[in-house]
Design a protein around this ligand. Structure first.
Ligand code: ASN
Length: 504
């Protein structure tokens, strides 16, 4: 297993591989408690944004080499993905103010959940999500965490590869100035997605450590910054209303049909109403906003691997990295959603790129934006693949030494499966709506909270202490969101009115 031994400032605390079987499961042990000495124990009510250097665990046996900046790049890259493309649609269904409120809440909750993960890992001296599950609930806990990570990240990677499959042919077609879709292999999404997986994703996915991906993550983020700038620019250059908007409102009729049906005067009145932003909206699609946002902020499977490789690691430093990454993404998410929404208003689709394509798919800027988004999501795949491989190793090869063969084979099999899924069963991506609605709340809310509740010794924090009660409320909130998202998806399926067919 590649997870390193970890040690606190004074005492050496082996990770799960070495202590498993030695320590009782599910109950905090004397050894557990020694990991953070009394002087450094986490005090009740400690705020997750507070600085308290004296309580920091120091892991000294594994020499992480990744700098603060590279870790921020990696974590931001893990957060940023196809989620950003759905946020303008979310804003169209909540209004600006409600969106801002919900986005702020999800960002803060996401940061709090990382705080719980870091605090739990400090207590047991383990920086692996699955091992926290094991310490809290034994093998079922470990399997649940590994399964949620695998499903969530495979879902995210499939959505990224699906974007490549659907967008790259259009980019190439435009570059080659082809008016019609040709039958050449270079405009066939299936071939292209395999090509990108083999040439770009696989070599990066074979890196032994996440830290090496810092540069590609930095580049991926700059592509998304370019995307954001283009979204802002387009707001001032795309006319409102687009004739297309009316087509959307009236059910995707062609422009000529719409013109026939709508009188000119009526059009003008509608246009003014259409191009006015809404600050507070509630409709049937509003319910999708929280799952979209939760998905957009998922980075929890990557937090502990990044922590493991951090140079001079401490809980406080990792929390800073997380807070900074979440804050930067929060700003980018808000701006992308705002300007995307203010460009198309209610005409925005659940996938922002599609909406731009409808304006003018041969526009050079739109073309560059597509290339930027494609590059960004391509470079995110290796980061998101990393925790899945780790989860598989934790589940199936836990007591074995690192092996390059296994490392390569797991990456290869994962990429093959995801490619097959995207090529042969793109419809199955709808299933990931359900998976996303279950695994994202588990990874963000439920698991960090219940693992924390079980791992934190009652001598330090009794069951009725404020942090534990807060953690339980957090888990209950996660459960509520999960039930809510699932119910809406099922209602959508049953009534056959699903409009949320985006890529995530
Ligand atoms: N890393 C993930 O699971 C999803 C990511 N937050 C996204 O927006 O695509």
């Amino acid at each position: 297993m590649e997870a390193p031994l970890q040690m606190e400032m004074v005492e050496l605390v082996p990770n799960g591989k070495h202590l498993e079987g030695l320590l009782p499961v599910a109950t905090p042990t004397a050894s557990n408690q020694r990991v953070e000495g009394p002087g450094r124990s986490c005090v009740e009510g400690e705020g997750f944004l507070q600085k308290s250097p004296s309580k920091e665990p120091h892991f000294t046996d594994f020499e992480g080499k990744t700098s603060f900046g590279m870790s921020v790049f990696n974590l931001s890259n893990a957060i940023m993905g196809s989620g950003i493309l759905g946020l303008a649609y979310a804003m169209a269904n909540t209004g600006i103010i409600l969106f801002l409120f919900l986005l702020t809440a999800v960002a803060l909750l996401s940061s709090y959940s990382i705080h719980l993960l870091l605090k739990s890992s400090g207590i047991v001296g383990i920086r692996a999500y699955e091992q926290l599950g094991y310490r809290a609930f034994g093998t079922p806990g470990k399997l649940a965490a590994a399964l949620a990570i695998t499903l969530q990240n495979i879902g995210a990677m499939s959505s990224y590869l699906y974007i490549i499959k659907s967008e790259l042919p259009l980019v190439i077609q435009t570059f080659l100035n082809l008016e019609e879709q040709t039958s050449g292999w270079y405009t066939n999404g299936n071939y292209l997605v395999i090509l990108v997986s083999v040439i770009v994703i696989l070599p990066l996915a074979l890196m032994r450590q996440l830290g090496y991906l810092g540069y590609s993550s930095g580049f991926s983020l700059s592509c998304m910054v370019f995307f954001l700038i283009a979204v802002i620019y387009k707001k001032f250059h795309v006319p409102c209303p687009l004739p297309l908007h009316f087509a959307n409102i009236t059910g995707n009729f062609s422009l000529s049909e719409v013109i026939k049906e709508e009188g000119q005067l009526q059009m003008e009145t509608d246009a003014t109403a259409f191009c006015t932003p809404s600050y507070f909206t509630l409709n049937t699609q509003t319910a999708y906003t929280i799952p979209i946002m939760a998905f957009a902020f998922v980075c929890h499977p990557e937090v502990l691997p990044i922590y493991t490789e951090l140079k001079d690691p401490s809980k406080r430093k990792m929390q800073h990295i997380s807070n900074l990454s979440i804050a930067v993404m929060y700003v980018m998410y808000f701006l992308a959603a705002l300007f995307g929404y203010l460009t198309f208003y209610d005409g925005v689709e659940s996938e922002l790129l599609h909406t731009y394509s409808k304006v003018d798919s041969f526009d050079v800027l739109i073309l560059c934006v597509r290339v930027a988004v494609l590059t960004a999501v391509t470079l995110t795949v290796p980061i998101v693949l990393f925790p899945v491989r780790r989860a598989i190793q934790q589940m199936m090869f836990q007591d074995q030494e690192f092996s390059w063969l296994r490392h390569v084979l797991i990456a290869l099999s994962l990429l093959t499966c995801i490619n097959l899924l995207v090529i042969f069963a793109p419809n199955i991506l709808g299933i990931f709506g359900v998976i996303g609605a279950t695994s994202a709340p588990c990874l963000i809310f439920i698991f960090p909270a219940i693992f924390y509740f079980r791992i934190m010794p009652i001598e330090k924090e009794p069951a009725r202490s404020t942090p534990k009660i807060l953690a339980l409320c957090f888990a209950a909130l996660g459960l509520l969101l999960m039930t809510m998202s699932l119910s809406f998806i099922i209602i959508d399926w049953v009534s056959g009115t699903s409009q949320h067919g985006g890529s995530h």
